[in-house]
Ligand binder design. Structure first.
Ligand SMILES: Cc1cc2nc3c(=O)[nH]c(=O)nc-3n(C[C@H](O)[C@H](O)[C@H](O)COP(=O)(O)OP(=O)(O)OC[C@H]3O[C@@H](n4cnc5c(N)ncnc54)[C@H](O)[C@@H]3O)c2cc1C
Length: 354
C-alpha cells in the first residue's frame, strides 16, 4: 500500500501507544512520519521508572518499577493479533496476575500483557525506523496555505507537513486544538481524567510475606487511600533481588484528586503507611518514592454526560480538509487497548481505508 490516497508528510505529537500505533500504520503505508514527545523516551503512560538505590553494605543497585499501566488486557481480535506479533518479536509477554480483593474473597487470575523487558518496549518497537524527537514539548500548531508547522517552545521543529496528529491526554490536546478546532477542544475537556499518586517501594521481604502466603500478585484494598497494590517482582521477565520485595501501589482516584497539590513527602508518608496496613505488617524500607500522574485514566462517563465523538462510532477525530487528526485513550474509551485502536483507526481514516 502507498500513501497515494493519504497525506505524505505527517507530524505526530505524542509517542504513547496511540501516537505510536498511528505512526506505525501510516509508516507502513508509505507516509513520511515524524513524532514529537516532551519526555526523554517514548511510551507515555506505558512507563517504567529506573531507580538507583544503595544497600546498607555494597554499591549502587538498580531497580525498575512499572509505575504507569501495570499490565493490560486485550479483547478486540485485531489488538490480540497485534500483540501476538509483538510477542513473537519478543516485545511483550503474557502475564496472568492473581488478583485478591477484600479479605476472604477468592484470588482470581486474569489474562494480561506486559511490555518486555519494560513497559515502553511496545512503543519503541512500533516506532522503530520512525524518527522521534524526544524532549520536545510542542507548544502550538500553525497552518498556512494548506501546510502545517509544529512549534516547540515557540520555535518551528517541523514544517511543510500535509497533516498533523495530536495523540495527547485531553487537557494537553485541547491546548493545541483550541485555535483551530475549538469544538474538539471543548469536547476533549469534557472527558474527565482521574489523577493517580503512585508509590514505588523496595522493602525487605516481609515476615510471612502476605503476597506469597495468600497467593496474589495484585491486591485491591477495599478502601482508600490505596486502590491497587502490585507485587512488581512477581512479574515474569523483571529483575528481582533475593530477600527483597518490590511494590507499586496506586492511590485511589478520589484520594489522588483530593491530594493533587499536596507535598510529595506527605503523600509518600501516607501511602507508605497505607501499604503497611494493606499488607498487615510493618515493612523495612530500602527505597521509596512517589510519582503524581495528573492525567492517569479516563473516568467512566456517567449516562447522559457523554460528550460524544465527532463522527458516529468514531474512536478518533479526523478533518481531512484541514489535515488535522486526534487520537488517544480518551477517544477510545480508556486504557491501552482503546488507545491503540484509536491510533490505528485514525491512520486508516487518514489513508482513506477506514
Ligand atoms: C497509574 C496508571 C494505571 C493505569 N492502569 C491501567 C490499566 O490497568 N489498564 C489499562 O488498559 N490502562 C491503564 N492505564 C491507562 C493507560 O496507561 C493509558 O490509557 C494509555 O497508556 C494512554 O495512551 P495514550 O497514547 O493515549 O496517551 P499517553 O500514554 O499519555 O501518551 C501521550 C504522550 O504525549 C506526550 N506529551 C504530552 N504533552 C505533550 C506536548 N505538549 N508535546 C509533546 N509531547 C507531549 C507525553 O509525554 C506522552 O508520551 C493506567 C495509567 C496509569 C497512569
Amino acid at each position: 500500500m502507498t500513501a497515494g490516497h493519504g497525506p505524505r508528510r505527517v507530524g505526530i505529537v505524542g509517542a504513547g501507544v496511540a501516537g505510536a500505533a498511528c505512526a506505525r500504520t501510516l509508516a507502513e503505508a508509505g507516509c513520511a512520519v515524524q513524532v514529537f514527545d516532551k519526555s526523554r523516551g517514548v511510551g507515555g503512560r506505558m512507563a517504567t521508572r529506573r531507580a538507583s538505590w544503595v544497600p546498607e553494605q555494597g554499591s549502587t543497585q538498580l531497580a525498575f518499577f512499572d509505575h504507569g499501566v501495570p499490565w493490560w488486557t486485550a479483547q478486540a481480535p485485531e489488538f490480540a493479533a497485534f500483540l501476538a506479533q509483538a510477542e513473537a518479536a519478543g516485545q511483550v509477554q503474557r502475564w496472568a496476575p492473581r488478583l485478591a480483593g477484600a479479605a476472604g474473597a477468592p484470588v482470581q487470575a486474569v489474562q494480561g500483557w506486559l511490555g518486555l523487558p519494560d513497559m515502553p518496549a511496545l512503543c519503541r518497537w512500533m516506532l522503530r525506523d520512525i524518527p522521534v524527537r524526544a524532549e520536545c514539548q510542542v507548544s502550538s500548531l500553525v497552518a498556512a496555505e494548506g501546510r502545517w508547522s509544529v512549534l516547540g517552545g515557540g520555535e518551528p521543529v517541523a514544517h511543510d507537513l500535509d497533516a498533523v496528529v495530536v495523540a495527547l491526554p485531553p487537557a494537553q490536546a485541547a491546548a493545541l486544538w483550541a485555535p483551530h478546532r475549538p469544538q474538539w477542544a471543548a469536547r476533549a475537556l469534557a472527558h474527565p481524567m482521574s489523577p493517580c499518586w503512585t508509590l514505588m517501594a523496595l522493602t525487605d521481604e516481609p515476615p510471612g510475606d502476605p503476597a506469597r502466603a495468600e497467593g496474589w500478585d495484585e491486591l485491591l484494598p477495599p478502601a482508600p487511600p490505596l486502590a491497587r497494590v502490585i507485587r512488581q517482582d512477581a512479574k515474569p521477565g523483571r529483575p528481582r533481588t533475593p530477600g527483597l520485595a518490590q511494590w507499586v501501589a496506586h492511590a485511589d482516584p478520589g484520594w489522588s484528586q483530593q491530594h493533587l497539590e499536596s507535598d510529595a513527602q506527605d503523600v509518600q508518608a501516607q501511602l507508605a503507611r497505607a501499604l503497611e496496613q494493606a499488607l498487615g505488617t510493618a515493612l523495612k524500607w530500602r527505597y521509596v518514592v512517589v510519582h503524581r500522574w495528573r492525567y492517569a485514566q479516563v473516568v467512566e462517563q456517567q449516562a447522559g454526560q457523554d460528550p460524544g465523538p465527532v463522527g458516529a462510532d468514531a474512536r478518533c477525530e479526523w478533518d481531512g480538509q484541514a489535515g488535522l487528526g486526534a487520537c488517544g485513550d480518551h477517544l477510545g474509551g480508556g486504557g491501552i487497548e482503546a488507545a491503540w485502536l484509536s491510533g490505528r483507526e485514525l491512520a486508516h481514516r487518514m489513508l482513506g481505508s477506514g
